[in-house]
Design a protein around this ligand. Structure first.
Ligand code: MIC
Ligand code: SF4
Length: 753
């Protein structure tokens, strides 16, 4: 068991901290507030923080990093001058394993292909006291839920789905690597005090409906930006009736509405899960401080008084949902899918059904999906689509194999991939994907942005619960509604699938032979970290240049991006994941997925120096070589999705100075600030339309850059007419200092010198 001392200490001080906060605020507290106020950083003065406005310093309990982001995080940490991380931290090798043949073979290949990176992560972990989860151990969020998450705790992780740990009553937040460095270096971690959204769940899930359907519905209500800057707190009788892992699924996919995180109050489902995963001692401790691990009763009795927004969902009436394609908030109840698919011309033949991932691979999920696979066998149905399973951890994989579920899936021709991200992040070598054919897949993951699973922009990916994915894979048809429709079996008989059934937790307990954990050396001071100077995969970081103190003049437009521009568009994953530790090489994917507003094409922008069109990274390198600053313009919710700071470091490295958009996703905006970029928003959304392809820009008052004060941008059009517009920003003084120093890390470096 990990962290028992840390948790004991946390709970010992919890009551005093909450009493103090309540005395000050003079009101009952939500769970989110209890966790936030009990994790204020040492020097942070306690006040009634203004939600959505005040920057507050926090002291999270731990840090988790996954391999694709840990490389950059640790390359930065190595420059911080510390000999050990200040809080317990872990690294998880999950993103770099490609799903191709089967779990074992794919793992072996990954270990060969990524040897240099794994060796680097292992030795850095060993040196700085970081727990190391080897390739094959599982996906970061599942491993965290099984081993580290605890009710009332606060953690950050370099992955947007860190929020998964809300399933065990944590405030767990996804961040860029530079934020993780702050916490690992023992400094304060700054966050704008979140707004609070309460989701009241009445009734009880039943039949075909699963926890996933709750978040699919919430995504439809809030949309991909409706949760920005807010914590979503779930409560009500419906909440307590959901399993702990089901709560994890709901919190996990809260990242898809932009929420800072989501959480649930401590209850018996969490206690059961803690006991089942070998943490009875944590459950006992939590039971001792129960009242502090949920909101005060007044809050849930009168939620409108305490939350900024309240949503109510009656689980008795909730239907299964299917969200997509191309965006996770396009929510369609299953009873409407046939009609909606027809109207939109979506291909209804399902080619592949994929279950698992960090979002949905609990024992409960797998057992319910397996009950449907068994029915297919018993009812003599032929499974029409291909079917794959990506277990979230070795603990789950070992246990479901022991309990016969893998055998059941094999009977419907399933492939079991490694315990890793695989197809969820474009690490799927899907035969034929390169042909770019229009086709449909359905999965139980969380994101379905264009190209995300297999690199094919014409793959229509739909998101649903594992149960619905399995049923629809059996039917091979997106318009099939298992609640009402019949299928024809191999004897020509009409049969109906029964309601899925499963077990919340394994009746024989969880089991595993080798969970894949490696503890760090007691004293890592002698561990030497080698980075080969000619490596294509790892590159030591050089400081960024400090601001020269002048107004920025004569900047050119690199790209005006149109519509959705997620971090997958800015810094694509899949094949590019291999360069996550090499800033110069990965910069060759900068914005290659963004659609140019002037020609509706990706990766084709005008080079104003030559008048010719070229690929975004190449054109930007040409500006850089000519010493010309550039800026990037974008639409709403720019940088939605991942926590990958590469999406901010690449433009920084290649010489883009500012990103000006209608609105930002939270993590990306912070990443831009941390890396010393100007992340600004149009004061008037309509000013986006004023930006022309051949424009030149002057920041006329950058010298007066100050908190709460707008910046002014002069736009010189090619016909010499001009527009002057105002830009908003959310920089506080410290963040302005990052900009001036070159980046947050460069500021720390200077202060330490
Ligand atoms: C994702 O789901 O997009 C990822 C891959 O896990 C990312 C992290 C990354 O880009 O490495 C995330 O969600 O933060
Ligand atoms: Fe991995 Fe997908 Fe989960 Fe991201 S969302 S951590 S890529 S499984």
């Amino acid at each position: 068991m990990f962290d028992l001392d840390l948790i004991t200490k946390n709970y010992q001080h919890l009551s005093a901290k909450i009493v103090k906060a309540k005395k000050h605020l003079k009101r009952p507290l939500t769970l989110s507030e209890k966790i936030l106020y009990s994790h204020l950083y040492g020097e942070q003065v306690l006040t009634d923080f203004k939600r959505g406005t005040d920057y507050v310093d926090f002291a999270p309990d731990r840090v988790a990093m996954q391999d694709a982001t840990a490389q950059m995080a640790l390359l930065q940490f190595m420059n911080s001058g510390k000999s050990k991380t200040a809080v317990p931290s872990t690294v998880h090798c999950d993103h770099l394993i490609q799903a191709s043949k089967n779990g074992l073979a794919d793992l072996e290949d990954a270990i060969k292909i990524n040897k240099e990176v794994y060796d680097f992560l292992e030795s850095v972990s060993n040196k700085y006291g970081i727990g190391f989860w080897k390739p094959g151990a599982g996906i970061i969020h599942q491993v965290v839920l099984e081993n580290y998450a605890f009710p009332g705790g606060m953690m950050i992780g370099t992955d947007s789905h860190t929020v998964n740990a809300g399933g065990l009553g944590m405030v767990a937040i996804g961040v860029g690597g530079a934020d993780a460095v702050d916490v690992m270096a023992g400094m304060a971690w700054e966050l704008k005090f979140p707004k609070l959204i309460g989701v009241k769940l009445t009734g009880k899930l039943s039949g075909w409906t699963a926890p996933k359907d709750i978040i699919l519905k919430v995504a439809g209500i809030l949309t991909v930006k409706g949760g920005t800057g807010a914590i979503i707190e779930y409560f009500g009788e419906g909440a307590t009736s959901i399993s702990c892992t089901g709560k994890g699924t709901i919190c996990n996919m809260g990242a898809e509405v932009g929420a800072t995180t989501s959480t649930f109050g401590y209850d018996e489902s969490m206690e059961r899960y803690l006991r089942a995963t070998g943490r009875a001692a944590v459950a006992d401790l939590a039971n001792g401080v129960k009242e502090h691990l949920t909101a005060d009763p007044e809050v849930y009795a009168n939620p409108e008084k305490y939350f900024d927004q309240v949503i109510e969902i009656n689980l008795d009436e909730l239907e299964p949902y299917i969200n997509g394609p191309f965006t996770p908030d396009r929510a369609t109840p299953i009873s409407k899918m046939a009609e909606v698919a027809k109207e939109n011309g979506w291909p209804t033949k399902i080619e592949v059904g994929l279950i698992g991932s960090c979002t949905n691979s609990s024992y409960e999920d797998i057992s319910r999906a397996a009950s449907l696979a068994q029915q297919a066998v018993d009812k003599n149905l032929k499974t029409k689509a291909e079917f794959t399973i990506t277990p979230g951890s070795e603990l789950v994989r070992y246990t479901i194999e022991r309990d016969g579920f893998i055998d059941t899936f094999n009977k419907i021709g399933a492939s079991v991939f490694a315990n890793a991200c695989g197809p969820c992040i474009g690490q799927w070598s899907r035969p034929g994907a390169e042909k770019g054919e229009k086709n449909t897949i359905i999965h139980s993951f969380n994101r379905n942005f264009s190209k995300r699973a297999d690199g094919n922009p014409n793959t229509h990916a739909f998101v649903a619960s594992p149960e619905i994915v399995t049923a629809l894979a059996i039917a091979g048809d997106l318009s099939f509604n298992p609640l009402t429709d019949y299928l024809t079996n191999q004897n020509g008989e009409k049969v109906k699938l029964d309601i899925p059934s499963g077990l919340e937790l394994p009746s024989k307990g969880f089991d595993v032979e080798d969970a894949g954990y490696q503890a760090p050396a007691e004293n890592g001071s002698t561990v030497v970290i080698k980075v080969d100077p000619v490596s294509s995969r790892l590159q030591l970081l050089q400081p960024f240049q400090a601001w020269d103190g002048n107004n920025l003049r004569g900047a050119k437009l690199l790209i005006k991006a149109k519509g959705k521009c997620t971090t997958d568009h800015i810094s694509m994953a899949g094949p590019w994941l291999r360069f996550r530790g090499h800033l110069d090489n990965i910069s060759n994917n900068m914005l290659i997925g963004a659609v140019n507003a002037f020609n509706d094409q990706p990766n084709k922008v005008k080079n104003q120096l030559t008048g010719e069109y070229g690929e975004v990274p190449a054109v930007q390198r040409a500006y850089k070589a000519a010493g010309i600053a550039t800026l990037v313009v974008g639409d709403q919710n720019y940088g939605e999705g991942s926590s990958r700071e590469h999406a901010a470091m690449e433009p920084r490295h290649l010489g883009v100075k500012a990103v000006i958009v209608k609105s930002f996703a939270r993590i990306h905006e912070t990443n831009l600030k941390k890396q010393g970029m100007l992340g600004l928003t149009f004061a008037q959304d309509a000013d986006y339309d004023k930006i022309q392809e051949d424009d030149t820009f002057n920041f006329v008052d950058l010298k007066e850059f100050a908190p709460g004060k707008q910046l002014t941008l002069e736009i010189i059009h090619s016909d010499q007419t001009q527009d002057t517009i105002k830009l908003n920003h959310t920089y506080n003084q410290q963040q302005i200092d990052w900009f001036k120093a070159g980046s947050a890390l460069d500021l720390i470096r200077k202060q330490n010198q």
